[in-house]
Design a protein around this ligand. Sequence first.
Ligand SMILES: [Zn+2]
Ligand SMILES: [Zn+2]
Ligand SMILES: [Zn+2]
Ligand SMILES: [Zn+2]
Ligand SMILES: [Zn+2]
Length: 410
Amino acid sequence: MPSLLLDRIFMLRTCLLEGVFLLRMCLEIIFQQRSILRMLARASGFKTCAGCHNPIGHGRFLSCMDSVWHPQCFRCFACNEPVSEYKFAMHDDQPYHRSCYKEDFHPKCDVCDNFIPTNRNGLIEYRAHPFWMQKYCPSHEDDGTPRCCSCERMEPRAIKYITLDDGRKLCLECLDSSIMDTPECQHLYMDIQEFFEGLNIEVEQQIPVLLVERQALNEALEAEKNGHHLPETRGLCLYEEQIVRMILKRPQIGPGNRILDMITGTYKLSRWCEVTAILILYGLPRLQTGSILAHEMMHAYLRLNGFQNLSIEVEEGICQVVSHLWLGSEIFAGSSSNVASSSSASSAPTSSKKGAKTKFEKKLAAFIKNQIETDSSKVHGDGFRAGYPAVERYGLRRTLDHIKLVMQRK
Ligand SMILES: [Zn+2]
Ligand SMILES: [Zn+2]
Ligand SMILES: [Zn+2]
Ligand SMILES: [Zn+2]
Ligand SMILES: [Zn+2]
């Protein structure tokens, strides 16, 4: 399925620009001249301290915030130490040391972990991912900070993402459930076959599902005659006979978190039915791989069941709907099963693990669903938005029957 990365990047940029939050630097307003801390040398005996409520007595006292205080009673709300500096910060009517205020309220960058700098106008300006709300200094947009190829979160300086052999970066949480070889992909294929049966749309032929590297995917793409796929494709449903290089064994992760020893082998596709194979890009987390596989299996279903001349919007739209439905079913399966959830990096990625189990997986499923819903492209995005309400109302089966009817009338 064309991942529409270009569209996504464009959309992401738009959202990010909209998400440029300008926070007036509270500090600046707060070190107001009006809250001048005045130290008076002599006391006026009958005033009461706003801190301890005892008489001020004779001695030094402070006059600020419309009250008078013993110097040791005027304390920082954060660290509870007396505030003796001339300038201090206020928040919710509480005084703070300037440094304590900054520590508590000045936003920190989720990438470099420094305070987000103020711009020329004294405003704190940061970017935030529209879904994950990871916030970061604007400079990281062009300083080469990598993003995870699946969840799109930026790599924090303290953590090293995995580098796949085609240069893609993968965060450790996505790595945790990543599908890395063709045998692993078969569990997912069976899960999705079952899901299709539940939707009453069986793909009767066994279709080879091969996990491949970027290069193999691009080569297969070129060899196919129908050319409506985008260069950043992550999955492909093939209709032609060709030889494909697939990944046989999960690669090791070597020094510098780089992938080592990719073991591949060739697979000759034969055309004993209309669909010769489904190819999926390796390395993506299970839920993303599954969403791509569900999409491609729907292409296969359409091809095998006589939906030959659909408009591209209708075809891609309905494939996106199925992908979206599968993600929804995974979130549901994850929350209805009593599996202990943990996001540690220890889980074995080989067995069939139906359902979004960890908190991160649930969030990732929601993220991919959101990507499908908000895809700004005409074919996949508009196609999905046209198809989804119909499927919601009439079910997939009846929607398909209707599509076929319209198709035959043409
Ligand atoms: Zn597609
Ligand atoms: Zn006092
Ligand atoms: Zn303090
Ligand atoms: Zn930063
Ligand atoms: Zn990720």
